[in-house]
Design a protein around this ligand. Structure first.
Ligand SMILES: [Fe+2]
Length: 437
């Protein structure tokens, strides 16, 4: 059986308070970081609440240490009253954090409570000095203790009510945590009035509940912080992607404004390229790169004279040489935009041919990057179906036959096969085209 008479309450209390100090420090830091990051007033008042709690705990740790080191009990009136007053102040701030209906209600709530605290704390101190019979720290007189403890209980119940009514996401966890603290208060009051502060297991129940409160609060706030970080990251990515898409769209619009024959061409080439990419089971990241490469493949035409781009007559050698510069111009444009530089190879090599007779470098077979090979076949297919300055469109069947005849020479035959099949046709003997069911 535990020998209550030998129980060293001062040392026990010191252990609990040192532990509470660490937790309160952690809570103060966490809420401060959240307040700085999101400028959320709830966290501002929580930081004030936990900060005040930290001050209160520090005070008790110092006094306990003093008692242990000096071997004397501390009899000052100021300390126990200051301890209760600081705890009350921390509960006032925590309750105020959730008064979110109107900012003016929060200010009024704090002002009224702090005014009562400032006015009545010295009275409680004076009363305790007068009636001061309880000399074991941290006890104060019955009247004074009752005043603070009943007020604290009221503040905690009020906090639960305001949390329930507020818009915070972490409602459930905070209601549970605060309810634990209310239970601690009720035990404290029962202990005070009914049990006369004697049974040690009752004294131990309070620190245990305090630890439970800290645990519930930390895990709730931690969950909220992680949630906030994930949300902020998502928003950042969305903003980045949006601006990225805006840049691509602006480039395409300026190209289409200049070259009326390529209007919608980039979108359709992208559509065919994505059909091939999906069928090849490219990774999501790779598909995104293919998408950007396909949509921007002809961007270099921005640098070609409008008269050449829209010339309905046959182009001369000099003009053909100039138009053949568009892959290099395009690669230069995308390379100059950091977030798009990775599409440069697809843009640069989309006019290379599988047999090595293409431009600008005459790369052959798999020397040509996969994305450029996919874009090449998609580009040629759509070009045949579209109106151009120099010719009329051909039928889908004819266009398919044309790309099949270019398989292995102009295009990668594996990719031709994929596209043909994705378009609902099948290749027979590498030439014939029959509709699949
Ligand atoms: Fe092109």
């Amino acid at each position: 059986m535990f020998d209550y008479s030998n129980f060293d309450y001062t040392t026990f209390r010191l252990y609990i308070k040192v532990f509470s100090f660490v937790i309160a420090l952690l809570l103060t830091q966490m809420t401060l970081v959240e307040w700085r990051r999101f400028r959320n007033t709830v966290y501002k008042y929580l930081a004030l609440g936990f900060g005040t709690m930290l001050l209160q705990i520090s005070l008790i740790v110092i006094i306990n240490l003093y008692s242990i080191v000096s071997g004397l009990s501390y009899h000052s009136t100021i300390i126990p009253v200051a301890d209760h007053a600081l705890r009350t102040l921390s509960y006032i701030f925590i309750a105020a954090a959730f008064v979110t209906a109107k900012p003016v209600y929060r200010s009024r709530f704090i002002m009224v409570n702090v005014a009562v605290l400032v006015l009545l704390t010295p009275v409680m101190g004076a009363l305790w000095s007068h009636n001061g019979t309880v000399t074991q720290p941290p006890y104060i007189g019955m009247v004074e203790e009752s005043f603070f403890e009943l007020w604290n209980t009221f503040l905690l119940i009020y906090t639960i009510r305001t949390i329930s009514k507020s818009e915070v996401h972490i409602k459930r966890g905070l209601v549970i945590a605060t309810s634990v603290l209310v239970v601690k208060q009720l035990i404290h009051l029962a202990n005070l009035y009914l049990l006369n502060d004697q049974p040690v297991h009752f004294l131990a129940a309070e620190p245990a509940l305090l630890i439970l409160y800290f645990y519930a609060t930390i895990s709730t706030i931690h969950k909220e912080i992680i949630g906030n970080i994930i949300q902020a990251d998502k928003e950042k990515t969305m903003v980045k992607e949006k601006s990225y898409q805006d840049v691509i769209r602006a480039l395409i619009t300026s190209l289409e404004a200049k070259d009326k024959y390529t209007r919608g061409h980039s979108d359709r080439v992208t559509e065919y390229a994505m059909l091939i990419g999906n069928k090849l089971d490219l990774a999501p990241d790779d598909l995104t790169k293919l998408y950007c490469g396909a949509i921007l493949h002809d961007i270099g035409k921005i640098g070609i004279d409008e008269g050449i781009l829209n010339n309905p007559l046959t182009l001369g050698d000099d003009e053909i040489t100039r138009i053949k510069k568009h892959p290099e111009i395009g690669a230069k444009i995308v390379s100059s935009i950091d977030s798009l530089s990775y599409v440069a190879p697809a843009v640069l090599y989309h006019h290379e041919r599988f047999d090595g007779t293409g431009y600008p470098f005459g790369l052959k077979g798999t020397e040509i990057p996969l994305h450029a090979r996919i874009i090449a076949v998609s580009d040629a297919f759509d070009a045949m179906l579209s109106v151009r300055s120099y010719r009329n469109p051909v039928s889908k069947q004819t266009a398919i036959n044309e790309i099949i005849s270019g398989a292995g020479t102009q295009f990668d035959s594996d990719l031709v096969k994929v596209l043909v099949e994705e378009l609902g046709f099948s290749m027979d003997n590498n030439k014939a085209v029959t509709r699949t069911a």
